[in-house]
Ligand binder design. Structure first.
Ligand code: ADP
Length: 230
């Protein structure tokens, strides 16, 4: 447990170091004279802003991650309408999808309800949809599905896919397949998704083919499905 905590702190420090070093260098270069040239100054401040955003994203993910690790983490199970949550997640990620001209399709029945923690379901959907959009080239498609017995929540994309050897590793915290290509990512999103799946007793599986896309499926226990009479 302690060893795990120690390695977590070491990993976090490592992740914080690079953006901080970049910001320090940019500020020093500005102070050394770059500030006199408005064009250069603006460009460097733009880069500093990107690094600050990266830090902000990292801290947000770290807080979610830490909260879920707390031994007495208080889950609030309630009736959660997955159709509504999926709509909310699509709205939250719309800007990113529109910017990349990625089409997001929803295929979740309106009466699909699970006994679950609402905030955590929001987070699962947002993380999976955000990844699907992020790793899908322009013009691609993301499909969100839900329902069935046992009940599932699924996000499929037509993106770059994941090599088979990488699949077991992507749920590890801070793991990113290609650090260079995935700027602005923290490698914590899927470890948070996995944790939330565990807290709900759900199984998570990945089907993927490099160059063809990926499908992430969460399968919940049948007992989590609310029977709707309509
Ligand atoms: P982040 O998205 O912040 O990098 P994640 O833990 O969510 O971190 O994902 C870990 C890695 O798994 C990503 O960096 C990426 O390499 C890979 N990955 C996740 N989702 C997808 C996807 N839909 N398609 C292709 N690769 C993915």
């Amino acid at each position: 447990m302690n060893e795990d905590k120690d390695s977590f702190i070491a990993e976090v420090s490592h992740e914080l170091r690079l953006p901080l070093a970049n910001i320090k260098l940019l500020v020093e270069t500005l102070l050394d004279g770059a500030v006199e040239d408005p064009f250069t100054a603006r460009r460097m401040l733009g880069r500093a802003k990107e690094e600050v955003q990266r830090l902000q994203h990292l801290v947000d993910d770290l807080l979610s991650h830490e909260k879920l690790q707390a031994p007495l983490f208080d889950m609030r199970f309630e009736r959660v309408n997955i159709h509504e949550r999926a709509l909310y997640a699509v709205e939250t990620t719309r800007e990113l999808a529109d910017a990349k001209k990625v089409k997001v399709v929803m295929n979740v029945p309106e009466n699909f309800v699970l006994m679950a923690d609402l905030d955590q379901i929001n987070q699962v959907l947002i993380n999976l949809i955000e990844n699907a959009v992020k790793f899908t080239p322009e013009g691609g498609t993301v499909i969100i599905r839900g329902g069935g017995i046992p009940p599932i929540i699924e996000v499929e994309d037509s993106g770059i896919g994941i090599a088979e050897v990488e699949i077991p590793k992507i749920f590890q915290r801070f793991y990113r397949i290609d650090r260079g290509r995935t700027r602005g990512s923290t490698g914590l999103g899927l470890s948070i998704v996995k944790h939330i799946a565990d807290l709900h007793g759900a199984k998570i599986s990945v089907n993927s083919k490099e160059g063809h896309g990926s499908r992430f499926t969460l399968e919940f226990p049948v007992s989590n499905r609310e029977n709707i009479k309509s």
